[in-house]
Design a binder for this molecule. Structure first.
Ligand SMILES: Cc1cc2nc3c(=O)[nH]c(=O)nc-3n(C[C@H](O)[C@H](O)[C@H](O)COP(=O)(O)OP(=O)(O)OC[C@H]3O[C@@H](n4cnc5c(N)ncnc54)[C@H](O)[C@@H]3O)c2cc1C
Length: 321
């Protein structure tokens, strides 16, 4: 059994879960094993119904104590379900949350853990995985012949799967212990109403220190993102300056994103930033320095001042409606 752990938010399946379906289907076929998905949460029935359009078997664990998520409680739920289904491969998105519990699940299952991989294939009963290292500059191949695997998969590594099955949903109960619930989750930063979440966005507008001030960033980078219905990202320099919250930081010590379109505005393109966005589909950079490293990864580049180029873009967008 190949088991996908489904990430969801505000009653909707996350893009990362649909990416895991693409990989899950490949592994299910090559290993001749069935594919199932696990949805956990306080009231996950709606999400499970949505997911049954992608996977034949969907297992739901509903428990108020599973939200907001705690790594210990999630570990318990995923481990118990993986055991009861005798899963040979558990697929988890390598999001911040996924990376917090995936290795714990592997340890409890006595499974091999393949972390943050970009490709996985079945080979001679085992798995062969590709993993980027040294700030995404070197690809390593990991071969494992274990009996069971937990695999965390880099966001954006696989395409979003198409719906097309009429799966069945069933419930399982998992007993959470006091130990699983001993940590009190902190308050989450409320998402800005109407703005798409960074990890879900098809378009990301990321701004760098070159905006010169938080006010210019808000007016131009955030303004452009809102016009495009895009997610807002920032470099670490911007976050360190206090212009934007840490939740918007993209890069080695921030989030990893892989939108279809990434606008890098006044971003130098430091390696630590690139490792968080270099799997984006089309990269467009605006920088006043023609030698800025961001142009090495950009598909389209504008050498210019963001204080002039962004208002011009905003005006052009306003004109086309
Ligand atoms: C361990 C470690 C982890 C890190 N993790 C991260 C991370 O997760 N994410 C991250 O982003 N960084 C990270 N960094 C920091 C990284 O090395 C860079 O310092 C940072 O990305 C630079 O941000 P920036 O491009 O906004 O600023 P700068 O390097 O200051 O670049 C600003 C750019 O804007 C251009 N510019 C200036 N004015 C204008 C203008 N008016 N119009 C157009 N262009 C203009 C400049 O030519 C320049 O290219 C990390 C560093 C370390 C050591």
């Amino acid at each position: 059994m190949i088991l996908i752990v489904v990430e969801h938010s505000a009653g909707a399946v996350r893009k990362s879960a649909l990416e895991l379906v693409s990989l899950g289907r490949e592994l299910a076929e090559s290993r001749s094993e069935p594919l199932a998905a696990l949805v956990i949460g306080a009231e996950p029935a709606g999400v499970a119904e949505q997911f049954a359009r992608y996977v034949e078997q969907v297992v739901v664990v509903a428990d108020a104590a599973l939200e907001p998520a705690r790594a210990e409680a999630t570990t318990r739920a995923v481990t118990e379900v993986a055991r009861s289904l005798e899963a040979s491969v558990v697929l988890i998105a390598a999001s911040r949350s996924g990376l917090s519990y995936a290795p714990r699940v592997a340890m409890r299952l006595g499974a091999a853990y393949l972390e943050d991989v970009t490709e996985v294939a079945s080979e001679a009963g085992g798995l062969v995985a590709t993993r980027m290292t040294y700030l995404a500059r070197v690809a390593t191949t990991v071969v494992s012949e274990a009996a069971a695997f937990v695999v965390s998969v880099k966001l954006g590594a696989y395409p979003v799967a198409e719906a097309g099955v009429a799966g069945a949903v069933r419930s399982l109960t998992v007993a959470l212990s006091a130990d699983d619930l001993r940590l009190e989750p902190g308050a989450r930063q409320a998402a800005v109403k109407g703005r798409v979440a960074l990890e879900e966005a098809d378009v990301v507008v990321c701004g760098g220190r070159g905006f010169g001030s938080g006010e210019a960033f808000e007016r131009l980078a955030v303004g452009l993102a809102d016009q495009l219905g895009a997610g807002v990202g920032a470099t670490r320099a911007v976050v360190d300056a206090g212009w934007r919250p840490y939740g918007e930081q993209i890069g080695q010590t921030g989030k990893t994103v892989a939108p279809a379109l990434y606008l890098a505005l006044a971003v130098s393109g430091a390696v630590q930033h690139l490792s968080g966005m270099n799997r984006s589909g089309v990269i467009v950079a605006v920088n006043k320095d023609a030698d800025a490293p961001i142009f090495k990864v950009a598909d389209y580049g504008i050498v210019g001042d963001v204080l002039e180029v962004v208002p011009a873009l905003q005006q052009a967008l306003a004109e086309v409606g």
